[in-house]
Write a protein that binds this ligand. Structure first.
Ligand code: UD1
Ligand code: CA
Length: 459
């Protein structure tokens, strides 16, 4: 099948008014990727050689997203929304280049899998001119029905045109369809709009192919695979299904999750083996995690790399462009932002590391803050290897601290420190003999006098 060429046409001209959004529907995200992106990835994974995206007028944002994901995708503007077949024909010039297989997908159906597209293509390879995607609908209302006789597909009838008998059919049209490239344009051009909606229905391709003496077939998928998104409730349902898939894939690849339903992953999260995820973790896009990493409860990660054997959290935040080295310990209430931590470095409690480079084996004490922002610019802090930064230190960037430096607790460090130095950045301690006890005792006396006055006033 790999030798067969394949054009995918993704329909994304929907207005999505029910999303109540300034953003077009297909750009809303599921697991950190636009719905359009999910569809384009699935068709590419099913061996798509070219992609065409049909967008509504003025939808430069949708066109840009399509090109971001598939740089050579062609974009076609459907100015009038006259139906699914009408939309597909906007890619006629691309169709005319001649592909073996043509897949039509909907941009608002983000859960279709590459495996489903591959099965649609197999139907074409086996000689069908049209292959529809059916599913058993819990509630068939509103869907096109697959009229099947003796295992072969006769027609797809839309809800509005369906007879009483046809409405009783529960095998519904998932919407997506595969067409033989050799006949696609001819079939599509035969489709008319003499129906209740006055639309050019892609689904009519089935009956037309049969009238041309060609064969129509269907494959089936689970209802959740063809889940369409029209509003934000359906968007949340799509997210939930996607999260289940991502968690299961991670667990099958060697990740342990004590409470998978509380772990949220992104479409591109990559895990090694023997990774341990405690409950309540949110992972944004662009995260890679190597073997034997433990991420503890209530941590938030995005755009970062966590190397082998590191421990992160609980309650840690690792922000984009951060690299956590091998065996590093990031503890509770530590925020790491655009920062690289060398092997075995530690920041175990309450710290902010921004725009920093921390050397191997360095210990960052509790309460340490890199002052990376001066109100106008972000500045770097470079800390060498085997450094000990005492608790509650304030490191004012730009700053370079050498190797094996000891920064005294409570220091404010504003100037570079050379290798091996002990750096103090705090007032010297003073102790006045006897003055503490004197003060404490006089306080006790004054407090007793005040209470006596208050009691007398009440009496
Ligand atoms: C379609 C199918 C129906 C199927 C259902 C599954 C047709 C005629 N009907 O119905 O059999 O059960 O999907 O959800 O295909 N679009 C355009 N331009 C248009 C019209 C539609 O780009 O002119 C896009 C929409 O943005 C959407 C998709 O095509 O992504 C489907 O269109 P929609 O109007 O939602 O079709 P349904 O009535 O749901
Ligand atoms: Ca629809």
């Amino acid at each position: 099948m790999t030798e067969r060429t394949c054009l995918s046409i993704v329909l994304a001209a929907g207005e999505g008014t029910r999303m109540k959004s300034a953003k077009p529907k297909v750009l809303h995200e599921v697991a950190g990727l636009s719905m359009l992106g999910h569809v384009l990835r699935a068709v590419a994974a099913a061996g798509g050689t070219a992609a065409a995206v049909v967008v509504g007028p003025g939808r430069e944002d949708v066109a840009a997203e399509a090109r971001r994901l598939v740089p050579d995708a062609s974009v076609h503007v459907q100015s009038e929304r006259l139906g699914t077949a009408h939309a597909v024909l906007h890619a006629e010039e691309v169709l005319a280049r001649g592909y073996d297989d043509v897949i039509v997908a909907f941009g608002d159906t983000p859960l279709v899998t590459a495996e489903t597209f591959a099965r649609l293509r197999t139907g074409l390879a086996e000689g069908a001119a049209v292959v529809a995607l059916g599913f058993e609908a819990a509630d068939p209302f509103g869907y096109g029905r697959l009229v099947v006789e003796g295992g072969s597909l006769l027609a797809i009838v839309e809800e509005r045109e369906a007879s009483e008998e046809e409405r009783a059919i529960t095998l519904c049209n998932g919407g997506l369809m595969a067409l033989s490239g050799a006949y696609a344009v001819e079939i599509l051009k035969w489709i008319g709009n003499a129906n209740a909606k006055g639309e050019y229905y892609l689904t009519d391709a089935v009956a037309i192919a049969r009238n041309m003496g060609l064969r129509a077939a269907f494959v089936t998928a689970a209802e959740e695979d063809v889940h369409g998104v029209n509003d934000r409730v359906q968007l949340a349902a799509a997210e939930a299904i996607m999260q289940v898939r991502l968690r299961e894939a991670a667990m099958r690849a060697g990740v342990t999750m004590a409470a998978p339903e509380t772990v949220f992953l992104a479409f591109d999260t990559a895990f090694g083996r023997d990774v341990m995820l405690e409950p309540h973790i949110v992972v944004g896009t662009g995260v890679t995690v190597e073997d034997e990493v433990t991420i503890r409860a209530y941590s938030h990660l995005a755009g970062c790399h966590i190397a082998k054997g590191a421990t992160v959290g609980p309650f840690a935040r690792i922000r984009p462009k951060s690299r956590i080295g091998e065996g590093v310990h990031i503890g509770n209430f530590v925020e790491v932002n655009r920062t690289s931590m060398g092997a075995r470095a530690e920041a175990n409690h309450l710290a902010y590391l921004g725009d920093a480079t921390v050397g191997a084996g360095t210990n960052i004490g509790a309460g340490t803050i890199t002052c990376n922002f001066d109100g106008a610019d972000k500045n770097p802090t470079v800390i060498g290897r085997d450094v000990f930064v005492g608790s509650n230190s304030t490191l004012v960037a730009p700053l370079t601290i050498g190797d094996e430096v000891l920064v005294a607790a409570g220091s404010t460090i504003t100037q570079d420190v050379v290798d091996g130095a002990l750096a103090f950045g705090r007032p010297r301690q003073a102790a006045l003999p006897g003055r503490g006890a004197e003060k404490i005792r006089s306080n006790k006396v004054r407090r007793a006098e005040r209470k006596a006055r208050e009691a007398a006033a009440k009496a």
